[in-house]
Design a protein around this ligand. Structure first.
Ligand SMILES: [Zn+2]
Length: 199
């Protein structure tokens, strides 16, 4: 294992240019991984370090397709193993069309785990990248605006709110995506020992 950031990058494109700080969240089909890319929005500094682009990788052609909404993304991710993503799941798109984005580029990429439950209706799931790029933190926001940061908080919330009887703890997952070190900005990538040479 001397390749620095090698995991199973089954059909990774080797397009790596400068990366600034947008993050994309993506699903990668072949090894049933979900990759997420986020981009940091320049317009809303408050929301930076959170995901602003979701993408999934086609099982057939390995191209990346942008998934327009988090909800659609979560739906793909929810059943990713049993129902891998392919280009034709996007309306009017086929494997012959050019990819929507390339791995690397100007974004930080994070790979999601497959089969995470879809966020219950009315709740929101958020991910924030720590300033030191070491990891992401996951949280949920309840319909009444309360932030839940751990499954114990989910349990307490559901216990206090019997009106959400259709929602169960199993609908929440705090698992966070893996940050792809080779897509981090150069200065932090070195620090994390991952961009290029590591011995
Ligand atoms: Zn395809």
């Amino acid at each position: 294992m001397d390749s620095p950031t090698e995991e199973e990058k089954p059909c990774t494109t080797e397009d790596k240019t400068q990366r600034t700080k947008r993050i994309s969240e993506v699903l990668c089909t072949p090894e049933s991984q979900v990759k997420k890319t986020k981009r940091i929005s320049k317009r809303s500094p408050v929301l930076k370090n959170t995901i602003d682009t979701w993408a999934a990788q086609c099982k057939e052609c390995c191209k990346w397709r942008v998934i327009p909404t988090q909800e659609e993304y979560e739906e793909i991710r929810r059943k990713f193993t049993e129902d891998p993503f392919t280009c034709n799941k996007k309306h009017n798109v086929s494997c012959d069309d050019p990819s929507d984005l390339e791995y690397g580029g100007e974004r930080i990429w994070v790979i999601d785990k497959p089969n995470i439950p879809k966020t219950p209706i009315g709740f929101q799931r958020g991910l924030v990248l720590r300033k030191d790029y070491s990891k992401m933190d996951c949280y949920y926001v309840t319909p009444n605006g309360k932030k839940l940061r751990a499954s114990t908080e989910v349990a307490a919330f559901l216990g206090e709110h019997p009106e959400y009887k259709d929602v169960s703890e199993a609908d929440f997952s705090f698992s966070t995506p893996r940050i792809m070190a080779d897509t981090l900005p150069q200065n932090v990538a070195g620090k994390k020992g991952s961009s290029g040479q590591v011995d």
